[in-house]
Design a protein around this ligand. Structure first.
Ligand SMILES: [Zn+2]
Length: 320
């Protein structure tokens, strides 16, 4: 069982398996789609697999298979009763943690997407993470380490997962999509900068993502040719703040590529090499201003920005 580009997670687990002593609490952070859930499932398999070798779970034993299918009675994905985990949810786990495992010598709790949980909810976990019952292990995931209290971090093993490098991304995709040709997989890897989760959604035909890739291409051409009208039309099509944020993130990558190209670098991270090449004719100062504006509006998308107003402001700044 191989996990691509997740050495920050797999290497410490391999070392712990060698020594026979596992940490009881894990914090996995990283951007959306970077593979936090996959890394968490891998960690649970390490803890529950009946046939670990070479520091890796076997991936085929009954325990591994049941963890992967989310059917293992000792791998508990903790449900939340509200939008984020509440104090009551945590109390429920603490009580349950003192019940012996069902099938294995260990039991593993996964608390996914902890972002936004209250200090009080975390505080309810402090005692049990400091002194957990022997068989009990916790895995927490969130986008950022700042979602956790320092005391919880100090008693956990934090690791950050990042998007895969290009080759690992393509390798992982070709396992998942064996019948697709490599150019298509490479295109997806470039479009989403190695974010395997996003690549899979895209190749699965997620229309929103496909539309955003097309929009990025239009935007970069509009910016290069100074067409405020096109920029405004493309931007004002997007009414959902999360979609707009995603589009702006992808477009910011094109601006970075254009700036890098101006500076003589050929390192590419965006989904639109052609657009970046066209935008490289824009002055460095304007690219910087445009980038700042895109990031500012992308940040505002996390607040309560009106998408129409944001589109108008940005289209104006892009084409001055
Ligand atoms: Zn196994």
């Amino acid at each position: 069982m191989k996990l691509y580009s997740k050495a920050s997670v797999t290497a410490p687990l391999a070392a712990m398996s060698e020594s026979g002593r596992f940490v009881h609490s894990y914090i996995i952070t990283g951007p959306k789609g970077a593979g936090k859930k996959t890394a968490a499932v891998y960690t649970a398999m390490m803890l529950l697999c009946s046939d670990v070798h070479d520091g890796m779970p076997c991936g085929v034993c009954r325990d591994c298979r049941r963890v992967m299918k989310n059917e293992h009675p000792d791998f508990i994905i903790v449900e939340r009763s509200k939008k984020s985990y509440s104090v009551d949810d945590m109390r429920r786990i603490v009580t349950d943690a003192y019940v012996s495992p069902n099938d294995c010598d260990r039991k593993v709790y996964l608390l996914a997407d902890c972002g936004g949980w209250s200090d009080a909810a975390q505080a309810a976990m402090l005692k049990i993470t400091e002194d957990p019952p022997d068989p009990v292990y916790f895995i927490f995931t969130a986008e950022s380490l700042s979602d956790f209290l320092p005391t919880l971090i100090s008693r956990s093993m934090p690791s950050e997962v990042s998007p895969a490098d290009r080759e690992s991304c393509i390798a992982a995709l070709s396992e998942r999509f064996p019948d697709r040709d490599e150019a298509e997989l490479a295109g997806a890897a470039a479009a989403f900068c190695g974010n395997i989760g996003k690549c899979i959604e895209y190749l699965d035909g997620n229309e929103k993502l496909m539309k955003n890739v097309a929009r990025v291409r239009e935007l970069s051409r509009a910016a290069a040719s100074g067409s405020e009208y096109t920029a405004l039309r493309v931007l004002s099509e997007v009414k959902d703040r999360d979609d707009l944020k995603e589009l702006l993130g992808m477009f910011a990558a094109v601006i970075r590529d254009a700036a890098a190209q101006k500076a003589g670098s050929d390192v590419r991270i965006s989904c639109d090499a052609g657009g970046a090449a066209m935008m490289a004719s824009i002055s460095a100062q304007r690219l910087t201003d445009m980038y700042d504006e895109v990031m500012k509006i992308s940040y505002a998308c996390g607040l309560n920005v009106n998408t129409d107003a944001a589109a108008a402001v940005l289209a104006g700044k892009m084409t001055v």
